[in-house]
Design a protein around this ligand. Structure first.
Ligand code: F6R
Length: 645
């Protein structure tokens, strides 16, 4: 069954769940778009239409607004419509959902700052029509302040359209698990997961406020129309719970199931765990292509606790897969084909096995010595994500180049930078050390809102370069094969990066043209907290597009690994490289050279383990999953998907 994707040209029409939904599992109307940009534009159109319709009747339009990453493109599009299509906000009144507490208005992390930066500063809204909970209100007055906020919404006629994001705890606004169905605007203690998700922007979880002011569930429910936005893999699990689960205070967003006019706008990644997308054979007839077959059979093994070769007809028939059985004839044939397919993904020769029949191997035997270019978004993803394969490629005699796409400078703590600056100063003894003294002063005088100076960023970048060189030397790569690209999109000094520019793509094209690789490895990881991996991957895709007609590209295969936050699903894997226990230790040691990322890493998301622990755990689990399917029992495995460009 095809996922019903939102149609770009149609407007979003609300359909009541239970009456129109194609699957018995879904309890909330949702529309899935192929990407967040398309979804955001659709939502912006609905908002603009409402503003205009109200204006033509001489009415004000009351909008409930959200912050966070989800609505950014909606605001971008509204600003564009204001600039290019004359959309006026003169009849618009806004109420924001929430604000951290305590929080000053000019703090760059405040929602006050966010809203002005992304929307209010760029449109013609009257300042007196803007309402954002005030994070500076004295604690003794907070209760009354919240009562007044609620009353002000009612006084303005109630919210016509409420925009929401969803937190991984299932919060809407900051209504964390446990919130009451009838809650109104109030102060609330934030969940740990919410604070961990906010930690990157605050440069560490310790800086994230513990409390917030938020509109309540009832406040949100009173809105005439609600649109909830969710983008990306990170949201997939909570989206499933919210749309398919029972209403519960443990997932406050499920309260929206009671609301008569709510639509969830999703991209395909956020929708990926919905039953009709993830396991379509359970809800409908399927078009059994290769990919879906693999996915279904591996799912069936997990569901039944059996290895591939032990599945029987009954297992297929009882789990919505009888049509697959009908196509193939018998479980025996299906099982053998699937087993061979998975078996053929395993290779100890990631660069191809010389002088061997390669018809059922993931890589070509020829040329026997390949030029390999490993792209690493940050200076450490190479060893974290594919350290074992990297090691094999070098030891099997290939010409291995590493290209670090970004400097990774913002992930070096001030303590670490200060340590190196002081060492450097002391080494200079009586010589002129004014430059390094300036750097030391700059680090020491940093305050909560300031970004690093260019000099401090340079120092932090050098620290990461030297750590990388230590690791690549350990794995046997000579320094001239290590390339630091310092892509400009990353160099803002802050968490928010610039959009990908021509210069980024030019740099990527140059290195590929220069090396003319037979193999490119790159991070296909779409879930890193700051989006740097995603942008780095887009930089590669753009470069491949520019270069693909060049003759040398006919010989260039692209393999995607996943970063520290995610692993490929078994059915997606095209090449699995096993590691012995000794190789696991070598990989660990290579990761250890990245000392600035050890012991209290700055940007770890909500997983408190260090990168080497996560990498080992992930590689061990991949090996276990292969073993559970009935394949050989390896200590660990790294996984790759081939990208066809
Ligand atoms: C923000 C808000 C929150 C966010 C949610 C998702 O005003 O109310 O509920 O919508 O935490 O945040 P992002 O969009 O950053 O994933």
């Amino acid at each position: 069954m095809e996922a019903k994707l939102g149609n770009y040209s149609k407007s979003i029409i609300y359909e009541e769940a239970g009456k129109f939904e194609e699957t018995r599992f879904e309890k909330k109307h949702n529309v899935i778009f192929s990407n967040s940009t398309e979804g955001s534009i659709k939502v912006a159109i609905e908002i603009a239409d409402l503003i205009r319709a109200k204006k033509s009747k001489g009415e004000t339009c009351v909008l409930g607004l959200a912050t966070g990453s989800s609505p950014i493109k909606v605001y971008e599009e509204l600003v564009r419509m204001h600039n290019e299509e004359g959309l006026s906000f003169s009849n618009v009144v806004t109420f924001n959902l929430d604000e951290y507490y305590p929080m000053t208005k000019n703090n760059i992390q405040s929602y006050h700052y966010f809203m002005h930066e992304h929307l209010f500063n760029h449109v013609d809204i009257a300042p007196e029509n803007i309402h954002i909970p005030d994070g500076t209100v004295d604690a003794s007055e907070l209760h009354q302040y919240c009562v007044n906020y609620e009353a002000e919404i009612d006084k303005r006629g109630g919210i016509d359209l409420q925009l929401l994001g969803i937190g991984r705890t299932g919060h809407i606004g900051f209504n964390e698990p446990g919130s009451h169905f009838n809650s109104e605007t109030r102060s609330i203690t934030l969940d740990y997961i919410t604070r961990a998700d906010a930690a990157p922007s605050f440069l560490g979880i310790d800086n994230v406020p513990k409390k917030a002011i938020t509109m309540g569930i009832k406040t949100v429910r009173k809105a005439k129309r609600i649109i909830l936005l969710a983008w990306g893999q990170n949201k997939a699990s909570i989206v499933k719970k919210t749309i398919e689960g029972n209403i519960s205070s443990k997932v406050p967003a499920t309260y929206l199931q009671h609301h008569k006019n709510t639509t969830f706008i999703l991209d395909i990644e956020a929708a990926s765990e919905l039953t009709r997308i993830n396991t379509p054979w359970l809800v409908s007839t399927c078009n059994w292509d290769e990919k879906l077959r693999s996915k279904a059979i591996i799912w069936l093994c997990k569901k039944t606790g059996k290895s591939i070769l032990k599945l029987i007809d009954e297992d297929y028939n009882n789990n919505g897969m009888s049509s697959l059985l009908a196509v193939e004839g018998s479980s025996y044939d299906l099982n053998i084909k699937m087993f061979n397919k998975v078996q053929h993904t395993i290779t100890g020769w990631p660069g191809g096995k010389p002088n061997a029949d390669d018809t059922s191997r993931p890589e070509r035997a020829i040329p026997t010595k390949k030029r390999v270019l490993i792209f690493s978004p940050h200076p450490d993803d190479d060893v974290i994500s594919m350290g074992g394969t990297f090691d094999r490629l070098v030891s099997q005699g290939h010409e291995v180049h590493i290209a670090y796409q970004t400097s990774g400078n913002i992930a070096v703590s001030d303590y670490e930078a200060l340590k190196f600056a002081e060492v450097s100063k002391e080494m200079r003894c009586n010589k002129d050390n004014s430059y390094i003294t300036t750097i030391i002063e700059q680090i020491k005088s940093k305050n909560e809102n300031s970004i690093d100076t260019v000099e401090v960023r340079k120092l932090k970048g050098i620290i990461r370069q030297r750590e990388s060189l230590a690791a690549t030397r350990y794995l046997g790569v000579s320094d001239e094969n290590v390339h630091f690209l310092n892509l400009p999109f990353y160099e803002t000094g802050g968490i928010k990066k610039n959009p990908l520019g021509k210069e980024d793509i030019k740099i990527m094209c140059e290195i590929i043209e220069d090396i003319k690789p037979h193999q490119i490895y790159a991070a296909g990881d779409l879930a890193d907290p700051h989006g740097t991996h995603r942008v780095s991957l887009n930089a590669l895709f753009n470069a491949l597009e520019n270069l693909k007609k060049k003759p040398f590209m006919n010989d260039c295969w692209v393999w995607l690994y996943r970063g520290a936050w995610q692993e490929w699903e078994i059915h997606e894997i095209d090449m699995a490289v096993p590691m012995s226990p000794d190789q696991v230790l070598r990989k660990r040691k290579a990761i250890f050279f990245h000392q600035s990322q050890k012991d209290g890493v700055m940007f770890q998301g909500n997983d408190i383990r260090e990168f080497w622990m996560r990498a080992e755990d992930r590689n061990t689990k991949t090996a276990q999953k292969y073993n559970e399917l009935g394949l050989a029992d390896y200590a660990a495995m790294e996984a790759f998907v081939r990208w066809y460009y």
